[in-house]
Design a protein around this ligand. Structure first.
Ligand code: CUA
Length: 323
């Protein structure tokens, strides 16, 4: 009876695990398909280490289960003791030497892959670009070489080396920048610019904050749009114009304000619709630069132009009905 219960619980756990990993797609237990050379190398490392872990898991669990069955108590009295064995030179040498070889194999492989993960390929200035990535509660701000800015949506040129400079601000908390398909995680911490890179084909990739940074951490995602170089150049030059400012204002509202506020109802913070502050340049600037109560200083390092862009978008909501 007990055995039947145990077997059915075990089978259910196995089935549930399999369903979960199948549902997750992309192999379930595997990282998402890599689209950048460094991400490929991270996946090689992952698979290499997983093979060893898998073999060790099977051996250890296999022996454990075999011993449970073979040496079960059966009819022997509860107090019976097994043979006391002390000192087996052969075994001790084996379980010391085998892990040394395993760790050496893993170490050599990882250190051999590492330079290709950390170091960007050599590329001329014309074939590469540098984008600064700032982590804020709870949005990502991207700065392009010409001074253009975007929020929660990063545009990057395809098939070229994109240098990423991940920046943390001393008035904010720590975050961690991660595009799973394009490389590893890099911390956004004050006082140090963490540099990484990718080189990816045209496509849309998801980035996310991978360090618990507060209440809305889970919403701190960004879209990385990798587009042909001409389209990227056009985007950043348009972004620097007044047309671009209107688009930026909208991104600021959805990416920054709407992480915690809604127009028509209380969310993390109060409802915003109909609030005269949305049209009050001075008032909104002071609030956003300094924060208030639970609200962080979301715009402490913004330029005036960024504040202007936001208010020219939000003023329409200052008198809008809150229905
Ligand atoms: Cu930022 Cu989590």
């Amino acid at each position: 009876m007990r055995r039947t219960v145990f077997a059915s619980v075990f089978a259910s756990v196995v089935a549930l695990t399999a369903v979960t990993s199948a549902y997750a797609g992309g192999g379930g237990f595997l990282p998402p398909t890599p689209h950048s050379p460094n991400a490929h190398r991270i996946q090689h490392d992952f698979i290499f280490v997983s093979i060893f872990c898998g073999i060790i898991f099977l051996i250890v669990e296999g022996v454990l289960v075999a011993f449970i069955v073979k040496y079960r108590r059966g009819k022997r009295p509860r107090t019976a003791e097994g043979p006391q064995i002390h000192g087996s030179t052969r075994l001790e040498v084996l379980w010391t030497v085998a892990p040394v070889f395993l760790l050496a194999a893993i170490g050599v492989f990882i250190f051999w892959e590492l330079p290709g993960i950390a170091n960007a390929p050599k590329a001329s200035a014309a074939d590469s670009t540098t984008i600064q990535i700032e982590g804020h509660q709870y949005y990502w701000l991207f700065r392009y070489p010409n001074g253009a800015i975007s929020i929660d949506r990063m545009i990057a040129p395809a098939n070229q080396v994109v240098h990423e400079e991940v920046i943390g601000l001393d008035f904010d908390v720590n975050h961690s920048w991660w595009i799973p398909e394009l490389g590893g995680k890099y911390d956004a911490i004050p006082g140090k610019i963490n540099k990484t890179w990718f080189k990816a084909p045209v496509g849309t990739y998801v980035a996310r904050c991978s360090e618990l940074c507060g209440l809305q951490h889970a919403l701190m995602t960004a879209e990385v749009d990798v587009v042909p170089r001409a389209e990227y150049d056009k985007f950043i030059s348009t972004r620097a114009t007044s047309t671009g400012a209107a688009a930026l204002g909208k991104e600021e509202f959805t990416g920054v304000c709407e992480k915690c506020h809604r127009l028509d109802h209380v969310y993390v913070g109060p409802a915003l619709g109909g609030n005269s502050l949305l049209a009050n340049r001075k008032g909104i600037e002071s609030l956003l630069r300094n924060g208030e109560g639970q609200m962080p200083a979301v715009a402490k390092n913004w330029t005036s132009a960024q504040i202007d862009a936001l208010i020219s978008y939000t003023k329409q909501f200052a008198t809008a009905s809150t229905g």
